[in-house]
Design a protein around this ligand. Structure first.
Ligand code: ZN
Length: 303
């Protein structure tokens, strides 16, 4: 389980088998469902427990299997399954099954699995084991919209968790003495500065507003975009995806400045964002769009 988890973690952060740096987000958060702020990666440890839970269910429901009859005859000897405790001489594997049985005990009533009409499935047991972690994050629909490009989503997800390696965080880790933003050269760089307050970011926003036109007055954070009035749900999501794309390219521009000493002009950045919006729309099924939305996209050169 440790090895499988390490391979998945390394692939996520490095795209290869080995990775030696500290991950930007903990594996526990990554394994949460996307609605709860994670990436929806399966937690192999919990999945393993849920898979063993199937044996627990088979024993509880006295499934017609030779192995179950053998368990009853050799171990249970007519005793109640959920009261049963293995003795010290029992095999390691059997003690593990009994340990999982104790974890699932409160999910059973009169020997019957309480959910899914008494029918246990591994997926169902997995969700049951994690039931405490499922509070929906407010930014779920803006980040995980089908209009967003996966690499922009990943960057937005890091921003929402405050985990981009901005200068304030690098400084805190003792990696650098510098705190100053590379894009404006005047203020300290943290998340709020980079995606909202930096003069470079503000210039990008201004150019985006000018391109969007009348709807563009309210063009700001994803939270603002989801509340924007006098526009369809589709356009709200489209504007939101442009904000998310812009944040990705601002982070890209910041890294180009820091690592390669290259300055990407805001108007070039905005052009790239619009092109990304056009490509995202190409993949979107157009029949979901109203005539008004279609006309707006055509007027902006997105279609
Ligand atoms: Zn700045």
């Amino acid at each position: 389980m440790d090895r499988i988890q390490a391979l998945c973690r390394n692939f996520l952060w490095e795209g290869s088998e080995s990775y030696s740096k500290a991950p930007l987000v903990s594996w526990k958060i990554i394994c949460l469902p996307t609605k709860a702020g994670g990436l929806g990666v399966i937690d192999s440890r919990i999945w393993n427990i849920a898979a063993v839970g199937k044996l627990v269910w088979w024993i509880a429901s006295k499934k017609d299997l030779l192995w179950i009859k053998w368990i009853d005859k050799i171990y249970l000897k007519g005793r109640e399954w959920f009261d049963y405790q293995p003795n010290a001489n029992s095999s390691w594997a059997w003690r593990q099954v009994c340990m999982v049985k104790d974890k699932f005990a409160s999910g059973y009533r009169n020997g019957q699995w309480q959910l899914q009409n008494g029918h246990y499935s591994i997926g169902n047991g997995y969700n049951w084991l994690r039931q405490d972690n499922l509070t929906k994050v407010p930014w779920f629909s803006s980040v995980w919209s089908r209009l967003n490009t996966p690499k922009h989503v990943f960057n937005a997800w890091l921003i929402k968790h405050g985990r981009l390696l901005t200068m304030d965080r690098l400084h805190k880790m003792g990696i650098t003495d510098r705190m100053t933003c590379y894009l404006c050269g005047t203020h300290d760089e943290d998340h709020a500065h980079l995606i909202e307050k930096c003069s470079y970011t503000r210039r990008c926003y201004e150019r985006m507003r000018a391109w969007i036109g009348a709807l563009g007055n309210g063009f700001g954070s994803t939270e603002q975009m989801m509340k924007i009035r006098h526009c369809s749900g589709f356009l709200r999501k489209l504007l939101c995806s442009l904000v998310i794309a812009m944040h990705y390219h601002i982070w890209f521009a910041r890294n180009a400045c820091r690592v390669e000493y290259k300055v990407i002009h805001p108007s070039f950045l905005v052009k790239t964002v619009i092109e990304d919006g056009r490509l995202a729309l190409l993949k979107y099924q157009y029949y979901h769009m109203s005539q008004n939305d279609r006309e707006w996209c055509i007027s902006r050169g997105l279609m």
